[in-house]
Design a protein around this ligand. Structure first.
Ligand code: DGL
Length: 273
């Protein structure tokens, strides 16, 4: 395949990376894109690091064989904190863009010096136990809370839920951070982007919400500048769901909402090895 016709591949455990995909695709409509939702292994956040590394390595190997992407975007914080270093070693010919929580701007701008981090069990455990959070502000405290129930809510219900239900889901987390004195909350799981409005609504006016969506697009765009952009008309974006055959009907709905044509939605049978 001609180098710059190769697609940019987005990967998440489910729908979490779709807002990241859409942000990128809207700004770069000519670039061919494949979105892989690894429903066969959902949820990523509850898995230990070695399990996650091995299943993502296996999935990436299959995706490389099938799509030969020019860039792989891990649109998932849990996958990125656990597997990014390993993937870069395993597949040195492929540039990887990882998603990590936007702690840097939150820490730098925080006045109370207390920052809330909301993520999965995997992400919070990894970042809490590392020096990472201290890097941008030794005088600040990052309070990490894992919210697997929010991941499940987004994956299974958020899109069809009204604003009031979404706010009800996020309220206890926002209030917990507020009581702890945080003036910022970092959405450290891509699924939580679906709840952005609810977070902003509940957090205003004293707490600022941070996410990493524009940073990720920007990183992919700068890689594309150096690699060469697609000069022609792109094919339709492709949506792949692992391990579900026949495809769960709600994926047809997601495909519609996110602008994937019906015929470009299909399943990829996979086993966790
Ligand atoms: N969307 C993922 C993240 O950003 C993980 C959700 C999950 O599968 O637990 O961490």
């Amino acid at each position: 395949m001609v180098e710059n016709l190769r697609p940019v591949l987005f990967l998440d455990s489910g729908i979490g990376g779709l807002p990241y995909y859409r942000h990128f695709h809207t700004r770069n409509p000519r670039e061919p894109v494949v979105y892989v939702a690894d429903r066969a292994s959902f949820p990523y956040g509850a898995k230990d690091a070695p399990t996650l590394v091995s299943l993502i390595r296996n999935l990436i190997a299959r995706c490389i064989g099938r799509f030969n992407p020019k860039i792989v975007v891990l649109a998932c914080n849990s996958a990125s904190v656990a597997a990014l270093d390993d993937l870069r070693k395993q597949f040195p010919a492929f540039p990887f863009v990882g998603t990590v929580p936007a702690l840097k701007p939150a820490i730098v701008q925080s006045k109370s010096r207390i920052v809330g981090l909301l993520g999965t069990e995997r992400t919070v455990a990894t970042l809490n136990s590392s020096e990472w959070t201290k890097r941008y502000g030794p005088d600040s405290t990052v309070i990490g809370i894992a919210a697997p129930e929010l991941v499940n809510f987004v994956e299974n219900a958020a899109i069809t839920s009204d604003e009031e239900s979404c706010e009800r889901m996020v309220a206890p987390f926002v209030e917990g951070f507020r009581r702890a004195g945080a003036d910022s909350i970092v959405l450290g799981c891509t699924h939580f982007l679906f709840l952005s409005d609810a977070f902003v609504q509940r957090a205003a006016p004293d707490i600022h919400i941070y996410d990493s969506i524009s940073g990720i697009s920007g990183r992919v765009e700068s890689l594309l500048e150096s690699m060469g952009r697609n000069p022609g008309t792109p094919g339709e974006p492709i949506l792949v769901v692992t391990g579900t055959d026949p495809i769960e009907s709600r994926w047809k709905h997601y495909a519609e909402i996110f602008g994937f044509p019906g015929e470009s939605l299909y399943t990829m049978p996979l086993k966790i090895e």
